[in-house]
Write a protein that binds this ligand. Structure first.
Ligand code: IPM
Ligand code: MG
Length: 357
């Protein structure tokens, strides 16, 4: 029995709807295993801007630092997307949280539940058995370098920067993870063009000497994008920089059938943050149809990584598996063969998971 304090940060759009389900799952686990989970909530993103003018108020950051883990939703609002001149944006809250909490490693497991083979637009025979763990660097690169305008605003720049220690610390995490899996690591860069990528490769090569049991390959990001679709099973652990990781993991989500299924863990120096990889999805917000399974699987990652509760985590994953085996789907993962009555909304899908827990 353990006592833990969890901060729920729903953020914007469907973030509100799906974290509600993730929290219920944590509650159920606490009840079943006799743990005591306490909760608090904090604002981030557009809702925080509306309430305070700040996408990540100090009070939220303070609560994050003090909690044992953060269950996160999503940030974003369409009103900013078509307004490049907006000075304050919801995404700034997310980036600041990553930086301030030192969340340098973003783990994005891409695993296809067998029942969803038909939901992907990739052929089942190419997909079956695909199981990839991405390590996306999260606090460096072009995301955090100097940015601005010059020539009277007619030229814009974003600087990409990496230091050795930043590559080393995420590289080490990726090698360690590979050791517990199929012992293959693919480091993705653009070393034929970018200086940051050449430094990246040097550091991974140095680490490789320390992990002779892990088979390492180096790939360029463009050809990796192609190989992910052509032969996803060739990958085990993939480690890459912030921007490449952002793009490749959205692509790889199609291997898992839907973005609505993918969870991620952001870890580093302190509190870990667990969130779906999908965004705020304002097009479906408020309709009650968002897939909550990515938030449920985020809760599973939280239990495993931040609390060391392996058994509890596996139970959550197996409940998701059972729900899918029983034929239940949200609309994003349904296909032509799904009977109408098996297509569930957010809440009903949550209830189905709870039932199997
Ligand atoms: C993600 C998102 C964010 C990112 C956005 C919302 C800033 O796409 O977490 O992948 O680019 O990192
Ligand atoms: Mg992204």
């Amino acid at each position: 029995m353990a006592k833990k304090h969890i901060l729920v940060v729903p953020g914007d759009g469907i973030g509100q709807e799906v974290t509600l389900v993730g929290k219920k799952v944590l509650d159920k686990i606490a009840a079943r295993f006799g743990h005591e989970f306490t909760y608090d909530e904090a604002l981030i993103g557009h809702v925080a801007i509306e309430a305070t003018g700040n996408p990540l108020p100090d009070a939220s950051l303070e609560k994050m630092r003090k909690s044992d883990a953060v269950l996160f939703g999503a940030v974003g609002h369409p009103k900013y997307d078509n307004d490049p001149s907006a000075k304050v944006r919801p995404e700034q809250g997310l980036l600041k949280m990553r930086k301030e909490l030192g969340l340098y490693a973003n783990l994005r497991p891409i695993k296809l539940f067998d029942e969803l083979l038909g939901a992907s637009s990739i052929k089942p025979e190419i997909l079956k058995g695909a199981d990839i763990l991405f390590f996306r660097e999260l606090t460096g690169d072009i995301y955090f370098g100097e940015k601005g305008r010059k020539n009277d605003g007619n030229t814009a720049f974003d600087v990409a920067e990496y230091s050795r220690f930043e590559v080393e610390r995420i590289g080490r995490k990726a090698f360690e993870a590979a050791r517990t899996r199929r012992k293959k690591l693919c480091s993705v860069d653009k070393a034929n063009v970018l200086e940051t990528s050449r430094l990246w490769r040097e550091e991974i090569q140095k680490l490789a000497v320390e992990y002779p049991d892990v088979e390492v390959e180096y790939q360029f990001v463009d050809s990796t994008a192609m190989m992910l679709i052509k032969d996803p099973r060739r990958f085990d652990v993939v480690v890459t920089a912030n921007l490449f990781g952002d793009i490749l993991t959205d692509e790889a989500s199609q291997i898992a059938g839907s973005m609505g299924m993918l969870a991620s863990a952001s870890i580093g120096d302190g509190t870990g943050v667990y969130e779906p990889i999908h965004g705020s999805a304002h097009d479906i917000t408020g309709k009650g149809i968002a897939n909550p399974l990515a938030s449920v699987l985020s809760a599973a990652l939280l239990l495993d990584i931040s609390f060391g509760m392996k058994e509890e985590s596996e139970l959550v994953i197996s409940a998701v598996d059972k729900v899918l085996k029983a034929g239940y789907r949200t609309v994003d993962i349904a296909d032509k063969t799904t009977p109408k009555e098996n297509i569930l909304g957010t809440e009903a899908m949550g209830e189905a998971v709870l039932k199997f827990l």
